[in-house]
Design a protein around this ligand. Structure first.
Ligand SMILES: [Zn+2]
Length: 271
């Protein structure tokens, strides 16, 4: 079982669970699905996946982000991710433009800030957990490697800069997001983004589909390197990589979990 296969299965799983929850009128939370997804990744790829969650996380903070670090042959790429789930009834991501009660910034701005102002920088994304029984939605398909299966939309990704732009109009309905989202398996599966290795292919995919907003980068006066690929992940990631039970400190108060995935030689990018 490759990571690509597992990502697809987990998207189907997510779609199915949300469908079930809709049928019995019970709204799931994004934390629940994140937990199940991480559990399944560890169960299926135990030798490849390392995780750590910070127990001193408080709800009052402005987010519960994850950092996902992929590595292969000494090369690393990091993503800073905030998860949101679709509302069963409205087909909206209700909390997409969330701002904590005591927070100065919107969650999205904090996510972008924490992803890009630290070294090495991470790519800021939202993962959207969704399903819908509205057949007029999700007719388009952006994956060039696999044919359309609506359930593959179950775990989707969207650029945090796109979320930021949608905020002023309070746009959060799936209908208005569907041109911007991508099925998450493409990140680890797609073969259309040539590179010398898997990490390079991932970055090529991310750059093509979730480009940084240069105006915001300038506004924030950020110095973003040409590439997000690094041979030197942060200390807290390296410590975990060496020892999953290492005692580490979170880099900021909004980071809830870290997931490290080592792509194996059989995780060939699908042809
Ligand atoms: Zn794809």
């Amino acid at each position: 079982m490759t990571v690509c296969n597992t990502f697809q299965q987990l998207a189907v799983y997510t779609w199915t669970q949300i469908n079930r929850s809709r049928k019995v009128n019970y709204q799931l939370k994004e934390e629940t699905l994140t937990d199940m997804i991480v559990l399944e990744l560890k169960r299926k790829h135990g030798h490849q996946v390392i995780t750590h969650t910070f127990s001193k996380y408080y709800e009052s903070k402005n987010g519960a982000d994850w950092e996902w670090w992929f590595n292969n042959n000494g090369k690393w790429i990091g993503f800073r991710i905030q998860a949101k789930i679709i509302n069963n009834k409205s087909n909206e991501f209700e909390h997409l433009h969330y701002k904590g009660k005591k927070a100065v910034m919107h969650q999205c701005d904090t996510l972008i800030h924490n992803a890009l102002t630290t070294s090495p920088p991470k790519i800021p994304l939202y993962s959207l957990f969704l399903s819908t029984n509205d057949k007029s939605l999700l007719k388009r398909w952006f994956c060039k490697t696999f044919t359309l299966d609506r359930k593959f939309w179950g775990c989707s990704l969207i650029n945090a800069f796109d979320v930021q732009k949608l905020r002023s109009s309070n746009i959060k309905h799936l209908r208005d997001l569907e041109m911007l989202i991508r099925p998450w398996h493409c990140l680890v599966c797609c073969s259309g983004y040539h590179g010398n290795d898997k990490i390079q292919q991932m970055e090529n995919y991310a750059k093509a589909n979730f480009p940084l907003d240069n105006n915001i980068i300038k506004e924030l006066n950020l110095n973003i390197p040409e590439s997000f690929i690094t041979e030197n992940p942060p200390d807290y990631v390296l410590s975990l990589f060496k020892n999953e039970s290492a005692e580490i400190q979170p880099p900021d108060e909004n980071l809830y979990g870290i997931l490290i995935m080592t792509l194996a030689s059989n995780d060939e990018i699908a042809q």
